[in-house]
Design a protein around this ligand. Structure first.
Ligand SMILES: *Cc1c(COP(=O)(O)O)cnc(C)c1O
Length: 361
């Protein structure tokens, strides 16, 4: 089995080893210390400002997208939501569900948010903005520095879903004026699906306190209060937290976020260089593409992208990542996060070449 999806991804041996162990009881000083260490390291890796905190949510990335919308925003806000694909669309749906006044910036899928487009909303009284770092469904990486400057200029609260982009792409809460940002366990951290993590600056914490959200499980004030003693209000995915601790320590020891970004970039470039001769076209322009994933369109007439996913899964035992919705028949994706070697990439390229020989691609 080989997995080139964008989550769950291939795990490291060290993580798999922890998965074999029994799960300890967690209301202990030992576990609290581990949680506090996780919080400190995550804040460093997100380059968060002094005083930042982390909400450890047991629930996939979407739980933290929803938790963020509920805790950071209210009916008194007017926010900009960038919809450049299925994850941007999810923020639109969440604003509808939670009745947060918003304006949708709908992009042609595969296209970036340009400065020209964004500045149409300059000085219009918006109070916040939410978008992805990388829109995983199309592979587009947004220009977060440009967007952060816009938000700072307009005094807008910036909430970033960095679930897939974290570790793969350059990201700094401080440099990009980000107030809150999420990642998830099953993306580049390469842990089992189960948890997501939101880093909150002091403004984000203040918004939570003022909002008094009507929810038990999604009450971030409760998470922050419990977090002061290194605990969560409810039972977390304990083994994921232990795996996270091992992974974060290893990440820092091996050079931290800069090295992680560099590795991801090299891997994406290695793959993209290897497929140049194949009848596949990049869905987003190279300069707008994230390091975490490559979205590809077969160029041969009559070739169905979803069918390619099925053939590679059933006949070669390899998972690439299919697309949903309108893009399902036209686009598939190859992920670059997780424990993937160049030899595995070479094997996938061989499979593509074999499909061309068989006149299936
Ligand atoms: C994977 C992902 C999520 C979370 O999806 P879940 O299925 O809830 O884990 C959120 N945003 C982005 C950009 C993602 O890639």
């Amino acid at each position: 089995m080989m997995n080139f999806t964008i989550g769950p991804v291939q795990m490291d041996d060290e993580t798999l080893e922890i998965g074999k162990q029994q799960i300890p009881y967690f209301r202990t000083p030992e576990f609290s210390a581990l949680m506090k260490e996780n919080e400190a390291i995550l804040c460093r890796l997100f380059d968060a400002p002094e005083g930042a905190r982390v909400v450890f949510m047991t629930g996939s990335g979407t739980a933290s997208m929803e938790g963020g919308v509920m805790n950071f925003f209210s009916s008194g806000d007017n926010v900009l939501v960038v919809n450049g694909g299925s994850f941007g669309h999810r923020f639109v749906q969440l604003c509808e569900i939670h009745q947060i006044p918003f304006t949708e910036i709908k992009l042609d899928y595969g296209k970036p948010l340009t400065k020209e487009l964004l500045y149409q909303f300059d000085n219009k009284g918006y109070t916040g903005m939410m978008l992805q770092l990388c829109e995983t469904s199309t592979g587009v990486l947004y220009n977060m520095e440009m967007i952060g400057d816009f938000c700072a200029k307009n005094d807008m609260f910036l909430f970033v879903d960095a679930v897939s982009g974290f570790m793969a792409d350059e990201f700094s809460m401080k440099k990009m004026h980000v107030n809150a940002a999420i990642t998830g366990s099953q993306k580049a951290l390469s842990l089992p699906p189960s948890m997501s993590f939101t880093v909150l600056d002091s403004k984000a914490q203040k918004r939570c306190a003022e909002n008094k959200v009507r929810s038990m499980y999604f009450d971030y004030c409760d998470y922050l209060k419990n977090g002061e003693r290194g605990q969560t209000p409810f039972t977390p995915a304990v083994s994921t937290i232990i795996m996270l601790n091992e992974k974060l320590r290893r990440l820092e020891k091996s050079g931290g976020i800069r090295v992680a970004n560099k590795t991801a970039k090299e891997r994406a470039e290695y793959f993209r260089a290897k497929i140049k001769h194949l009848p596949l076209k990049l869905f987003s322009a190279l300069e707008d593409s994230s390091n975490c994933v490559t979205a590809l369109m077969p160029t041969t007439k009559g070739v169905n992208a979803h069918r390619i996913f099925e053939i590679i899964k059933d006949e070669y035992g390899i998972w690439i990542c299919p697309n949903g919705g309108d893009m399902a028949e036209k686009v598939f994706r190859v992920g670059h996060i997780g424990n993937i070697s160049n030899a595995e990439i070479d094997r996938l390229v061989e499979v593509f070449e074999d499909l061309v020989k068989r006149k299936l691609l």
